[in-house]
Design a protein around this ligand. Sequence first.
Ligand SMILES: [Zn+2]
Length: 416
Amino acid sequence: MLIRTLLNHVEKQKSFVYDKVRIQEYDEGPKIEVEIRPRENSRARCSGCGAVCPGYDTLGVRRFEYVPLWAIPVFFLYAMRRVNCADCGVKVEEVPWATGKHHHTRAYSRFLAKWAQRLSWSEAALVFGTTWNRVYDAVRWVVSYGREHQDLSGVTAIGVDEISYKKGQNYLTVVYQINQGSRRLLWAGIDRTEKTLKGFFSWLGKERSDRVEYVCSDMWKPYLNVIRDMAKNALNVLDRYHIMANMNKAIDETRRKEVQRLKEQGYEPVLTKSRWCLLKRCHNLTSKQTARLKELLAYNLRTVKAYVMKEDFHRFWEYIYPRNAEKFLDDWCQRAMYSRIEPMKDVARSLRRHKELILNYFRARKEINAGVVEGFNNKIKTTTKKSYGFRVPEVLIIALYHDLGALPWPPATHEF
Ligand SMILES: [Zn+2]
């Protein structure tokens, strides 16, 4: 079977024909070259407006890389025509297999971008004999198509989170849609300031922002301010995931201080290797960790007390009615204030300060599932790892859109 037949099968061109096909030997290896010419009597279209226009002249032959065949690179060779467009002036023609000034076909970009979701970008480049930059271009093109064509109509519940990259010194703000049945990354921006989050709302537009009913977030002040001002009709819910994460931080700090104190007083280090069993929920512990925890509970330690307080707090989320939840919260905070454990007192202070927003969890609980934000947070870590080595945050943002944006793909005549 001829390669031409194959090409006409997977990517038939209406106004162009596949002409001669050859294998050409180069220093770096063989390449399959496919000449393309315009169909008899077909006229070129302007790349500015898409209209059929009178011809102007023909440029030199351009090469467009296509999907490799049996690991041999494939190139389309075509001499681009220029048109004299009434509206745009002299313009190069539009061709269906490539966009703009790109030297690669849409099909190949789509192909690389698909693999870049499964492999790291450098792996994808290695496997298909191309460069990291080429993969990046492909992903960027697919992402920008998807961002232009995505449907934002049903966005009524969103989650705002911050993620750190480069060893925690830098932040991105990320916003997810968390509606039942439609969960995706909507937007990511550099830093975690008020200005950053305002960027999201102006991207979403005022009309759509007004339609947002629920916003899940952590207690980060700049976020709370912007949500209050820009999502006027929304209930801001402080989510369970972030509150429990704060509590874990408090336990960690208590433990660190106590280890220090015990060392200074010359006690044997009962708290070493206890970190994980204190941070995990008790039913997630391994049997070894359970034994360790039992051992720890025998001591009258601050860390143990803090741990018991955290475990107790899990009951809070089980309440159905906001009023009962509020009573529990008040009691818990009071006990924490009497505990003489500074980090836990800090937690209690911040819970009190944000009480109304925390109680919104019970007002909204039928509508949103705060676990979604946590799920996304974990997926982001995978993407960040996969794209390890990105030097600029802009690239990381594109990778995140690509992996988590659930974006529509550019149309194709064939799935490779
Ligand atoms: Zn035109």
